[in-house]
Design a protein around this ligand. Sequence first.
Ligand code: ZN
Length: 322
Amino acid sequence: MRVFFDPVALRHDTGPHHPENKERLAACVAGLENAGAEVSAPESPARTLASVEKVHAPGYVRRLSGTCAMSPPQARDRTFSLFDSPDNPISRATFLASLRTAGLGLAAVDSVLAGGGPVFVSMRPPGHHALAEEAMGFCFLNGVAIAARDLVESAGATRVLIADFDVHHGNGTQDIFWEDGRVAYLSVHRSPFYPYSGAVDEEGEGKGRGTTRNVPIHGGASEETYVGGFVAALESLSERFRPEFVLVSAGFDAHRSDPLGGMHVTEHGFFEMTRRLRDVADVFAGGRVVSFLEGGYDPEALAASAVAHLRALQGLPERASD
Ligand SMILES: [Zn+2]
């Protein structure tokens, strides 16, 4: 089980009482290590910044890096350290952590293209709400979008699938590929809920028409509803789109213990959604899959869910004793 993680991600400080904190990631990585995952931190490819700027406007990237450079190491003074949104406190290392997340995502893509097995990029801040020129929803740089655009522009891929089972709609990812038919975006999420996008009739436009697929689920719906909705949409979209590479926005905040999500998914549900993702990757994409950590705000549930996700990515049984 391959996990990419760099401790710089723990230096992105969001201040006291913020759900997206370093403790959640530390718990996730510890849980993965205890389950036998091989955790490493390969170098970011030399093209990382250039690849970031193929998704985010260079002016936005400069504004983020410059503001972080002037910020204190800890996000104590909230009026000084907010970036674009009250949800997005920053500290000095926020840009470094965001850039390294993107870099490890690109390193994961390179490794998988070279024949390595699936990789889980266990980093923060998350990315799927980040727009080309705006931070929101705890996200600054959209790591999964950067990897997808790199696959089409550097590696020549023509069909990349991003599947997102975070409880929140990945509005940033959807927006970035809205008119790009080379990257399909599938999201299951609670609705109505932050960020209040992701309706069924949001399907993309132009060359991207039909390559955005949203599965909104009412708050409090059963695990079967959430998982079943994801799997049905995944299978129909994949048969039509035939992805050459599968990227995952793996948020675990639909877990029943999550303080933000309000849904009923368990580790079993995350295992099941991932098992079906792996099937799609095996059938269409030669097993090529890279997954990015997005949300998940109960540290214990996050760790257990990430272990289930990794086991399914590797084709292992749900529990070690099975
Ligand atoms: Zn989320």
